[in-house]
Design a protein around this ligand. Sequence first.
Ligand code: 13P
Length: 251
Amino acid sequence: MIPMSKKLIAGNWKMNGTLADLLEVSAIAAAAEDAKADAVLCPPATLIDRAVSATRGTRLRIGAQDCHANTSGAHTGDISAEMLADLGAAYVILGHSERRVDHGETSRTVAAKALAARRAGLNAIICVGETEGERAGGTTLAVVEEQLRTSIPEGASAANTTVAYEPVWAIGSGRVPTNEEIAEVHAALRAALSSRFGSEATGIRLLYGGSVKPSNAGSIFSIAGVDGALVGGASLKASDFAAILSAASGT
Ligand code: 13P
């Protein structure tokens, strides 16, 4: 396996954060300056404009948590990939399990959104992951491979795609798969990406997400095939995010 040049740490603030938290965004940007890993922060849509302004000229990239598949039109409450790019966003998380559950998003919807992200010049962080029942039933690899196949459109490359393996049962639970379990899924996802996209897939980063925190980040980053992390709760505090960034810089 060809090692990635740098790890990527992406923070997902989910539905958290108000204007007062822009101080935390600036502190995360300051931490990213010294880090050897790349850093992305995905605040709620309401903060993207201000976060881009607050981090201009720094190494921290700003991303969104979802986009609509269309460019514009009669879609009340939705935001297009072009609108996000217009604000200066560089990434967009797509197909997070919370959106798959809360909004009934299917992998087919996710693929349409990924094409929209690509059209707008955004890098799509596409999430896959099994439920607790699927892991117990022994279908983890089949589930994530199917999600990967149907959520990522043709033509994926490192420039337009990042993949996040987020076991649903590990999100916000404090529970994390064993290093062997993470390595097994990442190896399967890497093999699937390579067989489908060939050399274009080489630089596509494969992140792990689910209860990543300063105390377990170093161990997770030592796992072969883990190119970074998608971090929820621990991305809300700059000190935690900074500790995860420095754990990634040492690997
Ligand atoms: P936690 O890090 O809070 O478990 O969330 C993970 C996640 O869902 C990131 O997208």
